[in-house]
Design a protein around this ligand. Structure first.
Ligand SMILES: Cc1cc2nc3c(=O)[nH]c(=O)nc-3n(C[C@H](O)[C@H](O)[C@H](O)COP(=O)(O)OP(=O)(O)OC[C@H]3O[C@@H](n4cnc5c(N)ncnc54)[C@H](O)[C@@H]3O)c2cc1C
Length: 495
């Protein structure tokens, strides 16, 4: 192996000689990938094609022992480190430019305990893999909506999807984890052991160590659920969205319906004349008895006259992959997010205006309806902040041609800016882009200081910094913030 020039945490470049590299390579059960390796280009590919980070070394870990080895190597050489799970994070934090990537994607084991209704899951598992292995027993836990997303990054940021209004965030279903700390020690984390660490990893991202195993609680789900989409023509008056809001505010926890405003993709059940026209797509899942679901759906079905209503009994695992074709890797992506306490009338008017100006056929504004079980815990129950937000917006700029970068990024930023007066406190860190480091403190709001103190305990030198970074800061004078204040809109516009 030839010498490798690699960045350190202080921003300098150091040279790792052949013997150090050979020692690392032979200590790993997985592969050590360098720029000369044939698998290098593949190993550098992540979901968002806008990110062009070129790591100097990639340690493809197969076991927790591999992770310990890689972390100790990084610590001893003070290397710039990134941790990769499924490689989906929009900010591209899975890749350290000229640094070392601890790549967990080969760690794929899922062990389901049907009796205890739990699953022990390694961090390279994707949502689709998790769902397949747990649905084989008619079980599931709340996860996201795109099957190629990694379980690890999703969980560490909070995690939500179709089951969350009924069963909570992904982190609310996390029972325990094993974590390799910055000291290179493998430690357990749960409410019984290292409970501070366990609190922090439930929403605090990859700041506190490398998780080598997650234990989730599982719930009976499906295998068939009532799910599908309703597709409405775009309503420039905003009345459709107001009726959607009102229907969902009265909906039971079992019913989840989000909104995606975009130009219609060529879906087979849409008339050809509708393709490419602005539409309001309402993906929906009822997590309960399908007959009751039909009744619960009635108010939502009555909000307008859709182009199509294709809701019916469908396999849960199928619906969990339904949006994959619109979210394939390889496109350029730029996102902006806010939490909202409700969809204020003025907010709806603003959103409608920006949907009129959609800058491309793949761009969309989506609104996830949360509430329900997510909101029934206080913000200090876990590191995740913003539990009483009823809606999370993701402005999803997506395109293929780099010459469009500025135009589409500007559109996403403008939507963010114009909707800021309606935003509630907090922000979902898993939707934040590379340029939002300054927003992290506000995103964690009342939980930030507690997180900074836990960071100082488990990662005092900020080894794990390729993330929405929480800077280590020891607690000095006891609690410095009021923990547990619900997130509230910074400005409360009139309805
Ligand atoms: C198409 C798409 C759809 C999405 N849909 C949803 C959704 O429905 N619901 C939702 O909640 N989120 C959703 N997300 C956001 C998603 O949760 C985040 O992008 C998440 O970070 C992805 O995790 P990953 O493991 O794939 O990412 P990676 O990029 O591999 O990891 C992200 C970061 O997490 C940390 N990390 C990863 N693994 C570990 C580990 N084992 N130990 C310590 N740190 C680690 C690292 O800091 C890493 O940089 C979606 C994202 C995309 C791209």
């Amino acid at each position: 192996m030839t010498d490798v020039r690699i960045r350190t945490t202080s921003g300098n470049v150091t040279t790792l000689g052949e013997s150090a590299l050979d020692r690392l390579a032979s200590a790993l059960r997985g592969d050590l990938v360098t720029r000369d390796s044939p698998e290098y280009e593949d190993a550098c590919r992540i979901w968002n094609a806008m990110i062009d980070h070129r790591p100097a070394l990639i340690a493809r870990c197969r076991t927790a022992a591999d992770v310990v080895t890689a972390v100790r190597f990084a610590r001893d050489h003070e290397l710039l480190v990134a941790v990769r799970g499924g490689g989906h994070n929009i900010a591209g934090s899975a890749l350290a430019d000229n640094g070392l990537v601890i790549d967990l994607s080969p760690m794929k084991n899922v062990r389901v305990d049907r009796v205890r209704r739990t699953a022990r899951v390694e961090p390279g598992v994707t949502l689709g893999e998790f769902d397949r292995d747990t649905q084989a027993f008619g079980l599931a836990t709340p996860l996201g909506i795109n099957s190629t997303t990694g379980i690890a990054g999703l969980t560490l940021g909070g995690g939500y999807g179709w089951l969350s209004r009924k069963l909570g965030l992904t982190v609310d279903n996390l029972r325990a984890a094993d974590v390799v700390t910055a000291a290179g020690e493998l430690v357990p984390a749960s409410t019984a052991e290292n409970s501070d660490l366990f609190w922090a990893i439930r929403g605090g991202g990859g700041n506190f160590g490398v998780v080598t195993s997650f234990e989730y609680e599982l719930h009976p789900v499906g295998p068939e659920v009532l799910a599908g989409v309703i597709v409405h023509p775009f309503d420039p008056t905003g009345d459709l969205l107001r009726r959607y809001r009102d229907a969902m505010e009265a909906a039971p926890d079992e019913l989840t319906a989000w909104v995606v405003m975009r130009k219609a993709p060529p879906l087979p059940f849409l008339p050809e004349a509708v393709h490419g026209t602005p539409v309001v797509i309402i993906p929906t899942l009822y997590a309960g008895d399908p007959e009751e679901g039909q009744r619960a759906l009635a108010p939502l079905r009555a909000i307008g006259t859709p182009h199509a209503d294709v809701i019916g009994p469908t396999p849960y695992v199928g619906f969990q992959t339904a949006f994959d074709p619109l979210l394939t890797p390889g496109a350029r992506n730029y996102w902006k997010t806010h939490n909202f306490a409700t969809l204020y009338d003025g907010l709806i008017d603003t959103l409608v205006e920006h949907v009129r100006g959609l800058p491309g056929p793949q761009c969309e504004i989506f609104l996830a309806k949360l509430g329900g079980a997510v909101s029934r815990l206080p913000d200090d129950a876990t590191a995740y902040v913003g539990r009483d937000a009823q809606f999370v917006m993701n402005v999803h700029g997506r395109w293929n041609d780099a010459s469009e970068d500025a135009r589409i990024v500007d559109w996403a930023r403008q939507v963010y800016q114009d909707t800021l007066p309606y935003a509630a406190a907090g922000a979902y860190v898993n939707f934040m882009t590379e340029d939002e480091g300054e927003r992290v403190r506000a995103a964690y709001g009342p939980n930030y200081d507690r997180l900074a103190a836990i960071k100082a305990k488990y990662d005092p030198t900020n080894l794990f910094r390729s993330n929405q970074n929480i800077r280590p800061r020891p607690a000095t004078t006891g609690p410095q913030v009021t923990i547990g204040q619900p997130s509230r809109p910074e400005v409360r516009p009139q309805l």
